[in-house]
Design a protein around this ligand. Structure first.
Ligand code: F0G
Length: 454
């Protein structure tokens, strides 16, 4: 048989939802009304929603079926037992603490460990992780590898943590470090994976200094898959074994189940050692719910128990990776520079490189994101000077892909829209802010486009 080139969607579609297709005139009215901020655009006016891969998954028939048999008992729910079993089987961590989403898990764990003046190293902390550490007076320290800075470099593991700098920090500041982390995949850095070799070294550094090692593992399956694909020593191992080997290196994990949990809401902490568990459970009861449901309905826990395994299905992961690769190749083919190499959950468009004449003070990423909405109803997310202000190092726009939601034909249409924007890029002169809140301005600020002098 001739080898097949086309990676197919490994599912049939059982339930469908109409795709909103506003006209160009409607889009023009909507974006002006929204103050040129895509967070303010109603979803019913968006055709391709790439704002996030978080909580936007299409669930499987098996997940919906599991939801029907959920046990909604307040205490000791059978559905919690199902979730606990799945988490233990996949991670090897015995103690499972359910939460309503990832940031609740962060808040609980950090409330127990982080005090004013403490340091928490990672490759890159996700925004909510950083904010939860800082809110408690701690400092989130990013130690991602230097290769991550070059968006054109094809280095396969740009999520790696710089082990030398980590070791140096631990030697200097051991007493101030209550836990060490790593984020897989490294969302803030572009959804880039961490290699197994790097995870092993990071674990060894933390162990040598007696620092508990907690993984932010919300994209654990995608990271395990990219290890299999890019790290020759791991290529022959089944992905569930690679995932288990990753967890075997650590003392616990925090997970937003809205990503590789394949569900729309949920999260958990899982730990090997019981030491922190009583304190965590008390806080859980205080703010999330009883220890056998945390912030979730039992039906959510059932769906998650199934989803955690579905995420490790290799035909699903091959398709997942192919989506990002296909879109990244298509974007480059129409002249849109992207961060290389793409991971699984997103592709990052390099607005700074596309629009070199637009300075950061005129928000090239925001200008590009709005042009993409006008051209094709695409909702993306600026990750640059609007989001990070003076701390921005790049002007990017993220296309994050909901799991199992869009087909290849959808992506082809997206690429047609992008080609039109690239062709008309000389007309993009940037944006100015007309109204902004004191923090997290990207969610609510209002903009207006800068027009050519007539
Ligand atoms: N950690 C990482 C690496 C994340 O990407 C996210 C969320 C969280 C923690 C927080 O989880 O949303 O369930 O509270 N990332 C989403 C995104 C919001 O769009 O990348 P949460």
């Amino acid at each position: 048989m001739t080898p097949r080139r086309t990676v197919i969607e490994p599912f049939k579609i059982k339930v469908v939802e109409p795709l909103p297709q506003p006209t160009r005139a409607q889009r023009e009215a909507v974006i002006a009304e929204a103050g040129w901020n895509l967070f303010r655009v109603p979803a019913r006016r968006v055709t391709f929603d790439f704002l996030t891969d978080s909580g936007t998954t299409a669930m499987s028939a098996a997940q919906w079926a599991a939801m029907m048999i959920a046990d909604e008992s307040y205490a000791g729910s059978r559905s919690f037992e199902a979730l606990e079993l799945a988490v233990r089987r996949i991670t090897g961590f015995h103690h499972v603490i359910p939460t309503h989403q990832g940031r609740a898990a962060e808040r609980l764990l950090f409330s127990v460990l982080v005090k004013p003046g403490t340091l928490v190293p990672s490759n890159n902390h996700f925004d909510t992780t950083r904010a939860n550490i800082e809110q408690l007076g701690g400092e989130a320290v990013d130690l991602v590898t230097a290769e991550a800075a070059d968006s054109r470099s094809r280095y396969p593991f740009k999520g790696n943590l710089d082990v030398d700098r980590l070791d140096e920090l631990c030697r200097r500041e051991r007493a101030r470090i209550p836990l060490g982390m790593i984020t897989i995949t490294n969302n803030t850095g572009g959804g880039q994976p961490v290699s197994f070799a790097n995870l092993r070294e990071v674990a060894a550094v933390y162990r040598r200094h007696g620092i508990p090692f907690i993984i932010d593992a919300c994209r654990y399956a995608e990271n395990a898959w990219l290890i299999k694909r890019r790290e020759p020593e791991q290529a022959e191992r089944p992905v569930f074994q690679i995932a288990r080997s990753i967890f075997d290196l650590a003392d616990g994990c925090m997970v937003s189940a809205k990503k590789d949990g394949m569900v729309n809401i949920g999260g958990f902490i899982a730990l090997r050692d019981p030491a922190w568990v009583p304190h965590l459970r008390s806080l859980l009861i205080l703010t999330e719910g009883f220890p056998t449901y945390g912030g979730m309905a039992a039906r959510d826990m059932e769906a998650l128990a199934v989803g955690l395994d579905e995420a490790l299905d290799e035909s699903y992961l091959a398709y997942r990776e192919a989506v990002a690769r296909y879109v990244a190749e298509g974007l480059e083919a129409v002249g849109m520079p992207v961060v290389q190499p793409p991971g699984c959950h997103a592709v990052y468009l390099d607005a700074g490189a596309l629009l070199p004449a637009v300075p950061s003070s005129r928000f090239p990423g925001q200008a590009l994101a709005c042009a993409l909405y006008l051209a094709e109803g695409i909702r993306s997310c600026e990750v640059g000077s609007v989001m990070f202000g003076k701390h921005a190092t790049k002007e990017l726009v993220r296309f994050a892909f909901p799991r199992r939601v869009y087909t290849q034909a959808h992506m082809d249409r997206v690429l047609e829209g992008v080609a039109e924007v690239v062709a008309g890029r000389d007309r993009l002169l940037g944006m100015r802010i007309v109204e902004e809140p004191p923090f997290l301005r990207h969610f609510t600020a209002r903009f207006e486009p800068i027009l050519a002098p007539s």
